[in-house]
Ligand binder design. Structure first.
Ligand SMILES: Cc1cc2nc3c(=O)[nH]c(=O)nc-3n(C[C@H](O)[C@H](O)[C@H](O)COP(=O)(O)O)c2cc1C
Length: 202
């Protein structure tokens, strides 16, 4: 029997996201593993927070000079993985990451608390700093520089949108031992082809 999943994967994503978000035991629903192909030839995953999603894609914010920023600049094919353990659900998204337009990054930056704004100035993410004092000194410097002033977005900080070409929704049913996988792949005309597969766990 087919489960009546939505024909558009973003609608499907939205439905799952809000269902899971309501479950108390699932914390940080918007935490996702971002995987990039590193400049050293190895894939690397790390957690980033989903801040917005639209019909076009999935947005997160970071430091453009970080390892992930450099990896994306070199190869923008990425994956995102939501792992909602308590709901027995997982969503894998394959897509291409693009920098958001500057005004969108500025808009989000403005909404951040002052401490986070200053952190964006202090931290380069990719550099290894051996002493806490160096960071504390930098923080002091920026606190003075921006005292009683609007803190602007640094150039090295901003958003990405991951525009998906494949989404895979996986749900385990512990009672029946059946895992259901719904995969959407984009077609040339930008509509989505949907496949549903079932697997019996042993
Ligand atoms: C719960 C959690 C949320 C995080 N959210 C973000 C985020 O939204 N953006 C970000 O750049 N790093 C975020 N990080 C830090 C990254 O996981 C990572 O350590 C950092 O971005 C440097 O990664 P890179 O050196 O691979 O570029 C988060 C870490 C945790 C544990």
């Amino acid at each position: 029997m087919d489960i009546p999943y939505d024909h558009n994967p973003i609608e499907h994503f939205q439905k799952w996201f809000y269902e899971v978000d309501k479950i108390d035991s699932e914390n940080e629903t918007n935490a996702m593993f971002l995987s990039t192909m590193g400049l050293d030839g190895f894939p690397k995953s790390r957690i980033v927070l989903l801040k917005r999603f639209t019909w076009e894609g999935f947005m997160f914010f970071s430091n453009y000079n970080s390892e992930k920023g450099k990896a994306i600049a070199n190869d923008n094919k990425v994956s995102l993985l939501f792992n909602w353990v308590n709901s027995k659900r997982q969503i894998l998204i394959l897509g291409r990451a693009e920098k958001l337009p500057r005004n969108m990054s500025e808009g989000y930056f403005e909404s951040r608390p002052e401490g986070s704004k200053l952190s964006a100035w202090v931290s380069d993410q990719s550099e290894i700093i051996n002493s806490r004092n160096v960071l504390e000194e930098r923080l002091k410097k920026y606190e003075i520089q921006f005292q009683n002033k609007e803190i602007p977005k640094p150039d090295h900080w901003g958003g990405y949108i991951v525009k998906p070409f494949c989404l895979e929704f996986t749900k385990q049913n512990l009672r029946t031992g059946i895992t259901c996988i719904v995969r959407y792949k984009i077609k040339v005309d930008h509509s989505w082809r949907k496949e549903i597969k079932y697997r019996k766990e042993v």
